[in-house]
Design a binder for this molecule. Sequence first.
Ligand SMILES: [Zn+2]
Length: 254
Amino acid sequence: MKIGFLNHPRKDIIEEIEWIGKKGFDFVDLFIEEDMAVPEKIDTAKVKKTLRKYSLDAVGHTAWYLPTGSPVKSLRHAAVSEANRTFPLFSKLGVKYVTIHSKWPPGMFSAKEGISFQAESLKAIVKSARQHNLNIMLEPGDSPRDSLKNIAELLGNVPGLYFHLDIGHASLQKRKPEQFIKKFHKILRHVHLHDNHGKYDEHLPLGKGNLKIKKIIKTLKKYYDGTITIEVFSKNKKRVLQSRNKLRKHWNNS
Ligand SMILES: [Zn+2]
């Protein structure tokens, strides 16, 4: 198991990677998003050098707000071309797996239509990613529509699409991460870990919400031994490091 942290996309990417490297993480979850971490503002050689300096691996992450499931066809096309725009960068940085979030249309469109809109976008994204030797993973969000049933149908509609488990999201809407682990472990390639109180997507440090982290990690370890990002959003970075220690402890005791 490898533990990583993300760059804040509105901060200087080199400084962000420096912190992650100095704190001894195994990899960077590269959030390529507005406004500081877009491909045209990134010095690829410098990022590469900084990753190498700390022997950091990298996982890719596109903006969570790309409208892949928009009812508007031209916006879906724009989502696909925005995702495609990140691929040459990820490829040069040695990334193998890239995350795309699920994105549902407004409520007057059915879940079935949402699946069909997203499947159309994701098929195109998976195809162009392959040309850069990249694999795409779907990260379900926090909405009621990110149910086990809908996500299974969406994954089933897009051959070659992998699964990214966000444990915080999979604990909302009365869902259980264990259900997602058991159903999708064969195509599970990356994990985001953070805490919440079951109602909002709070991205809290581990232990600050009411997720049964220890129990979830125990189940996860039975099926998975890959990359886990501590996706804790806290101004106090000590909380991030404490969360990492908790993950290590629970993992080793599982
Ligand atoms: Zn996440």
